[in-house]
Design a protein around this ligand. Structure first.
Ligand SMILES: [Zn+2]
Ligand SMILES: [Zn+2]
Ligand SMILES: [Zn+2]
Length: 174
């Protein structure tokens, strides 16, 4: 068989109906409909560096694109106000952690739990790093009355979930 030509088969475009989640809600305080708006602000995960001398922790927000310098804040520590570690993003969830003393570097994969920067300092004096996941703060405001509510949001929370949590709290109080 010569000259077989495979025509491009037309695919039928199946449109999945997008679930429309509500963005405005009714206010139980003033009784108006659709006056409550929910805003969820994302927060960055945290990186915690434990000083190799005094074991005090320094907590910083991990911005994902900038180098972060950790300085010991403990006045009694020989590392006071000195950079104990530098952390910068490498790729994806991998970071480069640098020792502030000997400048040895380690690649570490997030999340971290008490991971030492394997540098040339004594193992007991190596800075140890941990991470804490991001927390999101949701603000719920009624545009008609003075009602304002702040709630902690999980990574999966949509405005409708926040509104549900708010209602639980609102009616639970009474
Ligand atoms: Zn210290
Ligand atoms: Zn070191
Ligand atoms: Zn209201």
């Amino acid at each position: 068989v010569v000259g077989w030509k495979l025509g491009r088969r037309r695919r039928k475009v199946v449109r999945m109906p997008k679930k429309r989640l509500p963005k405005t809600f009714d206010c139980p305080e003033c009784g108006k409909t659709g006056t409550i708006g929910v805003n969820i602000a994302p927060k960055n995960p945290l990186i915690i560096a434990k000083c190799g001398e005094c074991a005090k922790e320094v907590v910083k927000e991990f911005l994902g694109d900038k180098e972060i310098a950790f300085e010991c804040q403990n006045e009694k520590c020989p590392n006071y106000k000195q950079t104990i570690s530098l952390v910068r993003p490498f790729s994806g969830n991998v970071i480069i952690a640098e020792c502030g003393k000997c400048h040895g570097k380690t690649l570490l994969q997030l999340p971290l739990e008490d991971a030492p920067i394997n540098c040339s300092c004594e193992p007991q004096k190596q800075v140890r790093l941990s991470t804490r996941p991001a927390e999101r703060v949701a603000t719920l405001i009624c545009g008609s009355c003075a009602l304002t509510c702040y709630l902690l949001a999980t990574p999966a929370d949509e405005p409708v979930d926040i509104y549900g949590k708010f209602l639980d709290r609102y009616y639970g109080k009474r």
